[in-house]
Design a binder for this molecule. Structure first.
Ligand code: UDP
Ligand code: MG
Length: 314
């Protein structure tokens, strides 16, 4: 049986040799054939030549090299589209996803009880507290308001059966949020907890703002709740203002009140104006997504590969 492991790499020249050695060690007692698909996501360092070096030594090492940086999501998708093992897995190159867990994961899959074995980190050690705080809030919100069950601390590190990998490939949306996609397709998933480790070399590519906008994308991609909230806001405001209109008309008719309260009028106008702009902004976010999807641009463009049957553009 064959295992395909997809490894998105963006400027990982320092980490790759360590990763490859650990991976080989982890699979040394395994009966599985493997293919290690490195997806070079437009690295600007020596990542590609490093991968080619590995490919020269080991024919199970495959690479797909993008024409520019398309992002980790696109890199994973390219891997899924081109993996041909009965089991397909994804892991990072920086050793934050320990290869040593792979034999245990394969054993669970082979028992036939589960379709997918996924990992989640139990601690957020070595992470800025403010980031952990926002991460917690994000998981709480997205699980409340979307169909996709997103587990707190879930990593993209997972191995799944062919059936599930095909389902992931079928989710061909341009705005990809893998944690949501894996949750959305369903299947029986076993979660393995492990201790968070720091990356072995190089730097993380995520800034705080990058993560925040990724989180908002995740919510917009997997939930219509913000739109619903906007409409409910509108409805409630209409009801409230109608009530006050009645009060004012009746008061005028009965008591003939003179005009007063310029300040309160302006505040109310500003308040409502603010809510309107906010709701339009929410709508705009969804329209932007529709715009992006409707262009049907390819997810990735491969400029170089050693896989003979690779889909170079998809
Ligand atoms: N990555 C990628 N394209 C990008 C950014 C990251 O392929 O544009 C890869 C990166 O090489 C690594 C994985 O995605 O293998 C996770 O990246 P990183 O370690 O920076 O994220 P973190 O572990 O901090 O969430
Ligand atoms: Mg990392």
């Amino acid at each position: 049986m064959k295992l395909s492991i997809i490894v998105p790499c963006y400027n990982e020249q320092e980490a790759l040799p360590f990763f490859y050695d650990e991976f080989r060690k982890a699979l040394s007692h395994s009966v599985f054939d493997y293919e290690l698909i490195f997806v070079n996501d437009g690295s600007t360092d020596e990542t590609l030549s490093c991968i080619k070096e590995l490919a020269k030594r080991d024919e199970n090492v495959k690479y797909l090299s993008f024409s520019r940086n398309f992002g980790k999501e696109a890199a994973m998708y390219a891997g899924f589209c081109n993996a041909d093992g009965e089991y397909v897995g994804v892991m990072d190159a920086d050793m934050q996803d320990p290869p040593a867990l792979i034999p245990e994961m394969l054993e669970i899959l082979c028992s036939g009880e589960y379709d997918c074995v996924a990992t989640r980190r139990v601690s957020r050690k070595g992470e800025p507290p403010i980031r952990s705080f926002f991460a917690r809030i994000f998981y709480r919100i997205i699980n409340k308001i979307s169909d996709a069950n997103v587990v707190d601390g879930a990593r993209d590190f997972r191995i799944m059966r062919r059936e599930m990998a095909d389902a992931v490939v079928a989710m061909a949306e341009n705005n990809r949020f893998s944690k949501g996609i894996f949750g959305w397709v369903g299947f029986r998933t076993k979660w393995i907890p492990f201790e968070n480790t720091e990356r072995i070399a190089g730097k993380t590519k995520w800034s705080f703002w990058g993560l925040l906008s990724y989180a908002l994308d995740g919510i917009i991609n997997f939930s219509e709740m913000p739109l619903n909230i906007a409409s409910w806001f509108g409805l409630v405001m209409t009801a409230v203002s109608f009530f006050f209109l009645m009060v004012i008309v009746i008061r005028k008719l009965c008591f003939g009140d003179p005009v007063a309260g310029w300040a309160s009028t302006i505040s109310i106008m500003l308040f409502i104006g603010g809510i309107q702009l906010f709701c339009m902004g929410v709508m705009g976010q969804y329209i932007a997504k529709i715009y992006g999807e409707s262009k049907k641009r390819p997810h990735y463009i491969i400029s170089e590969t050693n896989k003979s049957n690779a889909e170079r553009i998809r």
